[in-house]
Design a binder for this molecule. Structure first.
Ligand code: M6R
Length: 607
């Protein structure tokens, strides 16, 4: 969590650069923000709780010159409640420092420093890092050595940017938490995420784990804190498509991203279906292993996990066991990785700490590890053996929507590839790929109608404080995904359940007007219909997602989304539009900030 910004240079207004970068990073956390700018001998140091606008308010009237250096931060609290004191940057002695991640041994560092006279005023781990750097500055004559020594003493995950009050350089470091530097002649722009640099530089350097760097009038110096050796930096071209991360005419990123799905699905599959076959360049080198795969594991968190559930039955038809594992659990799993285990790590951001940790375990155990991420050069993309990008474009809203559909689309392509390698493609597989190709047009046609319906239904439900979202088998992922989406942005308690489980307990909650969102599939339609009758008989308010042929279900529903189902698995993407738009409108009806739900951040980069 948290977003880091930094600048060193001559030509820009440091405050404007830092605020602009933070604005693009607010999705990573927004409970407080802070800034420290050094211009000559003058240092401006300001922090505020709440959204960035509060910090901007505090900076009004402060005079800044061009150039200098600065660091800034937008926070999602891990250690210590959101407050001005706990907000970053943290200052100790001569050091100003911002940090993303978690320092596991901060207690040890704290007691070491307390014995040496340091006093702490915050609940954060970061303040202890700033103090340790300050302490090491007193021990070592050279500030680079002091920084390296500090980094070597830290355990955990971090991206750090710091400066020393009487020096004109920035100190940067990364371990398991992203940090990117945009380069433009003598100006350097730093952020947790390349996307945030789009206004400033198209040439970037990604720091790797165990890298640290110094940025100053001498340029950019790159080192490893593992062995202290200098490194040659690789400057990469920044992907132009990332610059489209603006809201446009939409009131929120979430709505914009829902509406983008016809295009994002198109980009996810573009050039990847040729002559009725899936063509995935990223998996070319591992085709042998895919052909002989004996077990398939999907490891992911949140919505990305739900996307893997959506294709479980498809992959099971390959005749190998398929395991869908929540990353936060998989990393502790004692289950053995067998010979022939192929593990997929699915993550929109490519930076989710739990997924990264599980990946580490699977790699150590010898599995073939493949990444499916939407973020080019993210940690998961770099640390897996091979993989496929989603190409869905940047997803800014905390609530994931277009990433979900593009993950399903990419997983369908991967299924088709493995099917071809293992058993050969059948007619139904070719139909599946064809339907995936026509899906963007279908979504385009349906989306407005679904949006309108979702708005009406949300009005009827806005007083609800609890509901069920139910489905069976192939549609089960939709029950879980609706519950997640509704909870996270509308704060209505929603519980996703397999409808066949109702009688084993959950039905006890059904009473007059209790809302139930039910997904009807073609497969097991009758069984789902019986479950719908059961809840209706107990007074539930039934909202159905159904096909135009599901006449009986329509009759007993209080409200329904009537869709023109397509036959193959690609249909699940169409069925997910109602749940996304319903969650969106529920949040709007309640006057909530859909892009910035409370207590959440876009990337969960801490465990
Ligand atoms: O970046 P990732 O796909 O790894 O993120 C996983 C989850 O944190 C994420 O999907 C989360 O559940 C979303 N907020 C759901 O909308």
């Amino acid at each position: 969590m948290c977003g880091i910004a930094g600048y060193f240079g001559e030509k820009e207004n440091t405050d404007k650069v830092l605020i602009s970068i933070l604005e693009k990073l607010e999705y990573r956390g927004y409970d407080s923000a802070g800034i420290a700018i050094k211009q000559g001998k003058k240092i401006v140091f300001e922090k505020a709780t709440g959204e960035l606008k509060n910090l901007k308010e505090k900076l009004k009237g402060v005079e800044f010159e061009k150039g200098g250096l600065g660091i800034a931060h937008t926070r999602w609290a891990t250690h210590g409640k959101p407050s001005v004191t706990n907000a970053h940057p943290h200052r100790q002695g001569r050091v100003y420092l911002v940090h993303n991640g978690i320092i596991e041994n901060y207690k040890e560092i704290e007691s070491f420093l307390k014995k040496r006279g340091y006093k702490f005023s915050t609940d954060t781990d970061t303040e202890k890092v700033a103090a340790l750097f300050d302490y090491n500055l007193k021990q070592e004559k050279d500030s680079q050595k002091a920084f390296e020594k500090t980094l070597k003493a830290l355990r955990g995950a971090f991206a750090i940017v710091a400066f020393v009050e009487d020096e004109n350089q920035l100190f940067l470091a990364r371990l398991s938490s992203p940090l990117v530097v945009g380069v433009s002649e003598k100006d350097f722009y730093i952020a947790s995420d390349a996307l945030a640099l789009s206004n400033f530089s198209k040439r970037v350097i990604y720091l790797d784990d165990f890298d640290y760097a110094l940025v100053g009038g001498f340029g950019f110096r790159h080192f490893s804190f593992k062995d202290g050796k200098q490194k040659t930096s690789k400057i990469e071209d920044f992907d132009e498509s990332l610059t489209s991360a603006e809201k446009g005419n939409f009131d929120s990123f979430m709505l914009k991203e829902i509406y983008e799905q016809p295009d994002s699905i198109y980009s996810s599959i573009a050039g990847r279906i040729k002559n009725g076959r899936a063509v995935l360049g990223g998996l070319k080198d591992v085709e042998k292993e895919l052909e002989s795969a004996k077990e398939i594991h999907f490891v992911a968190a949140g919505t990305s996990f739900n996307a893997t559930l959506a294709v479980k039955d498809l992959f099971e038809s390959l005749g190998v066991p398929v395991f869908n594992l929540l990353a936060s659990e998989a990393k502790y799993s004692k289950a053995r990785v067998r010979e022939g285990t192929v593990a997929f790590f699915i993550s929109q951001s490519g930076e989710t700490a739990d997924t990264k940790e599980a990946l580490k375990k699977y790699k150590e155990a010898g599995a073939l590890c493949l990444g499916i991420t939407n973020t080019v050069a993210s940690s998961i993309a770099r640390e897996t053996h091979a993989g496929v990008y989603n190409h869905a474009g940047p997803e800014i809203s905390v609530a994931s929507t277009k990433a979900f559909s593009s993950q399903i689309a990419v997983l369908i392509l991967i299924y088709a590839k493995i099917k071809e390698l293992k058993l050969g493609l059948e007619r139904k597989d070719k139909t599946l790929l064809k339907e995936l190709q026509i899906l963007p047009d279908i979504l385009k046609k349906e989306i407005k109608k679904i949006d309108k319906k979702a708005k009406e239904i949300a009005k009827a439900l806005k007083k609800a404080n609890s509901m069920y979202t139910l489905a069976r088998a192939g549609e089960l992922a939709l029950a879980f995904e609706s519950a997640l989406k509704i909870k996270e942005i509308s704060y209505i308690h929603a519980e996703g359940y397999p409808s066949g489980e109702l009688k084993h307990g959950p039905i006890a909650l059904i009473e007059k007007d209790f809302p139930v969102l039910m997904f009807f599939g073609n497969e097991l339609y009758e069984k789902t219909f019986s479950n719908a009758q059961e809840v209706k008989a107990r007074g539930a308010y039934l909202i159905s997602v159904l096909d135009k042929t599901h006449k009986d279900a329509k009759k007993i529903s209080d409200r329904y989304f009537e869709l023109n189902y397509i036959k193959s698995k690609a249909n699940i993407i169409l069925q997910s539009l109602p749940l996304q738009l319903l969650a969106y409108h529920l949040a709007k009806e309640k006057g909530l900030n859909v892009d910035k739900p409370r207590n959440l951040a876009k990337s969960v980069t801490v465990e």
